[in-house]
Design a protein around this ligand. Structure first.
Ligand code: AMP
Length: 444
């Protein structure tokens, strides 16, 4: 019997769990600033949603999906990405039938791809993303890019590389694909097996083949910009000029095509390199999609969105020491001196928790020295020492574990005393509690 975890999956705990949660929560907060709201779709969808939505020509659908028959013999798939499911939801709930366009959703949760596990690439991983549907505008395209960039800045990233390209409208893309097909047909004998398939399914995809020899050949391929319609060209430059207005630097990358079949017009990726020079690949990818809503049975309705790989962002932040100040410690450790004080300590612990302080106490007898070591390991800011003789006098000792200062507090005024102590160190660590003296005074 093998009880290891499934290949490519990870148990997440400790600081890593805090980090993943932090990345998602900052991104959510930024998305809210831009007027997006959360949508949760199921992990399981009928396989057709991805086959039609993500696209038969994508690597994801061709070979990376967790697809199986359920007990009712229906083919279902664990989502490899969110966009197709969100659009399916917009169609099945008729969310498009509103005067309130564009629809603006964000999502966060696990996705599943049967890929070869390697650095920054897992079989179960988490994505955060947004979709903005129902407005055919360069401004909408620019808005989601600005959102992603602001999110990364708020997480503390300083250097990001935004790569951007346009795939044009359907007409431009059709003409371009023909040109690519003609070009690559000449070289296909020297190219990898995947590219042989891509040549017929979607020659655009050859452009981001990772095989070195194929990349060399791709360098000589026709360029999208020579096949763009005037409208697509104008639209692309509108998006770029909005980015210029906000001083967002970008690099136009002719070979950026993105992995999913449904993209049209602007596509982009954001890359970040760690200080140590680690390249985790793209941390964000997205673009505009013209035909997806219709392909899944809805009306003609465009959309634009991006997805962020949360694990990749978190590990980059770790490498760049952007997570060092993340709070995982507790505020208060309550120390019963002797077994008789366990109940009293538990009462005081509950009182502090109800005030909003992260508080722990031993639930069974513990030696004094061991309690101090534990308080230190848990990163407690204060220790409250609860001794029998003092409790009889209605007091306890509060010790600032940083400065080692110790003072007596009155248990009659426990709440005020705690607030006063924590207020005195606020600002030291940038931590704020919902409950503090200043607010109370103002409220009176
Ligand atoms: P995609 O949906 O392929 O455009 O991916 C969007 C982002 O999700 C990528 O930029 C990555 O950061 C992340 N991502 C994609 N696949 C994986 C994976 N197998 N493991 C971890 N992160 C991934």
């Amino acid at each position: 019997m093998d009880y290891s975890s499934v290949k490519g999956t990870h148990d997440v705990y400790g600081k890593d769990a805090v980090a993943l949660d932090y990345v998602a929560s900052v991104m959510k907060a930024v998305a809210e600033l831009y007027g997006f709201h959360e949508m949760n779709t199921p992990v399981l969808e009928y396989t057709d949603v991805f086959a039609r939505g993500t696209g038969e020509g994508s690597d994801i659908v061709r070979k990376e999906m967790y697809t199986f028959l359920d007990k009712g013999n229906r083919s279902v798939t664990m989502r490899p990405e969110f966009t197709a499911g969100i659009v399916r939801s917009v169609v099945s709930n008729k969310l498009y039938a509103t005067e309130d366009l564009p629809l603006k959703y964000y999502y966060s949760g696990p996705a599943f791809r049967y890929e070869r596990p390697q650095l920054g690439r897992y079989r179960q991983f988490n994505q955060f993303g947004v979709e903005e549907l129902g407005l055919d505008s360069a401004r909408a395209d620019a808005e989601v890019i600005l959102l992603a960039m602001q999110g990364f800045y708020m997480l503390g990233f300083k250097k990001l590389s935004l790569k951007i390209n346009t795939l044009g409208d359907d007409d431009s893309r059709r003409r371009y694909k023909e040109a690519l097909k003609a070009y690559f047909s000449e070289h296909i004998d020297e190219m990898c097996a995947d590219c042989h398939e891509r040549l017929n399914l979607n020659p655009l995809r050859i452009l981001d083949c990772k095989v070195e020899g194929d990349q060399e050949i791709a360098k000589g391929a026709p360029k999208m910009k020579d096949y763009l319609s005037d409208a697509s060209d104008k639209r692309f430059y509108e998006t770029l000029s909005i980015l210029n207005d906000f001083e967002i630097e970008y690099e136009i990358d002719d070979n950026l095509v993105r992995g999913l079949d449904y993209y049209s017009e602007v596509v982009f990726e954001i890359h970040a390199i760690s200080e140590e020079g680690h390249d985790y690949g793209a941390i964000c990818g997205g673009g505009h999609y013209g035909g997806l809503v219709k392909a899944l049975g809805g009306p003609e309705m465009p959309g634009v969105g991006f997805a962020i790989g949360i694990e990749r962002v978190a590990s980059l932040m770790k490498d760049n020491h952007l997570l060092d100040s993340l709070e995982t410690g507790i505020d208060l450790y309550v120390m019963p001196v002797g077994e008789e004080m366990l109940d009293e300590a538990f009462q005081l612990t509950m009182g502090a928790r109800q005030l909003g302080y992260k508080t722990e106490t031993p639930l069974s007898p513990m030696k004094f020295g061991a309690m101090f070591k534990k308080a230190e390991r848990r990163g407690a800011k204060f220790a409250l020492i609860v001794g029998e003789e003092e409790v009889e006098r209605g007091v306890a000792q509060l010790k600032n574990l940083l400065t080692k200062e110790q003072f007596e507090i009155s248990l009659d005024k426990y709440e005020e005393e705690l607030d006063k102590a924590f207020a005195s160190i606020e600002g030291d660590d940038g931590h704020h509690h919902h409950h503090n003296e200043e607010n109370e005074e103002e409220g009176e």
